[in-house]
Design a protein around this ligand. Structure first.
Ligand code: 13P
Length: 250
């Protein structure tokens, strides 16, 4: 499968800054075909960037979605809206949303279904806290999150990506070692084979996020079960993100 590199811009960039970043990226990534590239800008920039990316393979993602089609949900965004401005992917259940906005495994599950209903592809984030890692509860936590997020899916799981993002590695400069990440990715792959038919389970991409940088991507991508990366801070610098996209496993 083609690796997937996703830039999660979070709540950064106004219209002009997003414009400048994408123009640079478009140039730097010309001809780069060793990964599928997706960026998740703030909602306010998506439509504008869609036009800028018309002749580029870079795809767009939403950073959130509501599970209802439309209605009285002030401040929310629906799958129909995201699809109508050119999104192909949606990030769901990011730990920042779980921590600050009350996202739960149950709402993540509803959002996964809403995403697929609109022919969008979900990128479901899971990850343990530092306390859970130190208490040796990492694999148990990930198993619960993945099982509940994907409950009831069946073969539709093949269009889904799981992003393993240890909470202690996000924005801290502390990356999980390739071995730590691989252990979790491998356990997620095994769980997928338990929960779903083999044909679908093997299609699911499992990507890593948490302080991914230009200088650590190569060793992460050398692991057999790391199928790409979800990049925060480094995706805001065109040169750094382009180098990440052009990773060379070693
Ligand atoms: P950083 O790359 O800034 O650690 O963020 C990771 C992340 O949360 C991506 O979704």
């Amino acid at each position: 499968m083609l690796p997937l590199i996703v830039g999660n811009w979070k709540m950064n960039t106004d219209l002009c800054q997003g414009d400048a970043l994408v123009l640079k990226l478009r140039e730097l990534l010309k001809g780069a075909d060793s990964a599928e590239v997706v960026i998740a800008p703030p909602f306010t920039s998506i439509h504008h960037l869609y036009h800028l990316l018309a002749d580029s393979p870079i795809k767009l993602a939403g950073q959130n979605i509501h599970w209802e089609k439309n209605g009285a949900y002030t401040g929310e965004i629906s799958g129909e809206m995201l699809a109508s401005v050119g999104c192909k992917y949606v990030i769901i259940g990011h730990s920042e949303r779980r921590q600050y906005f009350g996202e739960t495994d149950e709402t993540v599950n509803k959002k996964v279904f809403a995403t697929l209903r609109h022919s969008l592809k979900p990128i479901v984030c899971v990850g343990e806290s530092l306390q859970e890692r130190e208490g040796r509860k990492t694999l148990k936590k990930i198993k619960t999150q993945v099982t509940q997020a994907l409950a009831g899916l069946g073969s539709a799981v093949k269009d889904l990506t799981i992003a393993y993002e240890p909470v202690w590695a996000i924005g801290t400069g502390k990356t999980a070692s390739p071995q730590q990440a691989e252990e979790v990715h491998n356990s997620i792959r095994e769980l997928l084979f338990e929960l779903f038919d083999a044909e679908s389970a093997k299609e699911v991409r499992i990507i890593y996020g948490g302080s991914v940088k230009a200088d650590n991507i190569d060793e992460l991508m050398a692991e057999p079960n790391i199928d790409g990366a979800l990049v925060g801070g480094a995706s805001l610098k065109a040169e750094d993100f382009a180098r990440i996209v052009k990773f060379q496993p070693r």
